[in-house]
Design a protein around this ligand. Sequence first.
Ligand SMILES: C[S@@+](CC[C@H](N)C(=O)[O-])C[C@H]1O[C@@H](n2cnc3c(N)ncnc32)[C@H](O)[C@@H]1O
Length: 289
Amino acid sequence: MAESWTVRRMLAWMVDDFRGVGIESARLDAELLLARVLGGDRVRLYMDMDRPLDAGELGALRAFIKRRRRHEPVAYILGEKEFYQRMLEVDSAVLVPRPETELVVDRALELLGADAAGPALDLCTGSGAIAISLAGERTGLVVDAVELSETALAVAQRNVTRHALDARLTLFCGDLFAPLPAGRRYTLIVSNPPYVAEPDWAALDATVREHEPRLALVAGHDGLEVIRRIATEAPAWLVPGGKLLLEIGAGQAAAVEALLHSLGYGGVRSHLDLAGIPRVVEASAGAPA
Ligand SMILES: C[S@@+](CC[C@H](N)C(=O)[O-])C[C@H]1O[C@@H](n2cnc3c(N)ncnc32)[C@H](O)[C@@H]1O
């Protein structure tokens, strides 16, 4: 009789298979996909190691494996990704929210303080990850968020509704500040904009390069095209002393800090991510902080 596909055997097979096509997160990915098919979480998998998979489960898994072997991000296959302890819908219209962007949220919440009313602005919102986290964590905070891609904005809108934030979080479709109501002033402007330099695109991991939207990643020859525009235009949209908070790429801190100084911002400083890389730059409009 043919050996049956238990969870243990399938997990081992998937890890080998994923490693064979160069997927570094092979074990984690295999566990996430298997857990989804079995309707539980990864902890549950370890309690069910000797459970045989039925034909329906094997069929569903086969479809998942095929997609992951083509380097499609696990988050797109599952249709969701956890960010700042909230589950967000994601699909190929939006960047998969990254753990390092949670540092942007951490710092934004510190700057806002406990009773923040805002309004705050999230530019380049994608799935809505930052805006939703801020509005979710600060129950009095009003947030506007802007996204250029209509398809991405539709995902963000579903996430806003999923987390019952429609009353305090407004989405705008357009290019950076262009769609915002004239005269609006923000206490905080935050953004995780595209910041990959054009020449670096080809060297990105296949999971990113072949599946995530190029519009979400690439920003001109040096990667600073969008950051430059945000930094230049933000002072007109900030209250005096209002804060600007930007996620940046590895190696961009010196250039972005110099840019902010040259534009007259005060309190310019960078924050390191868990790998020790300056990842978030903050500055104050108008006055030293
Ligand atoms: C790096 S992704 C960040 C998404 C999300 N904020 C996050 O942290 O997961 C950048 C996003 O900016 C959007 N974008 C690019 N250029 C833009 C522009 N000029 N105006 C508004 N959004 C833009 C892209 O479509 C993409 O969704």
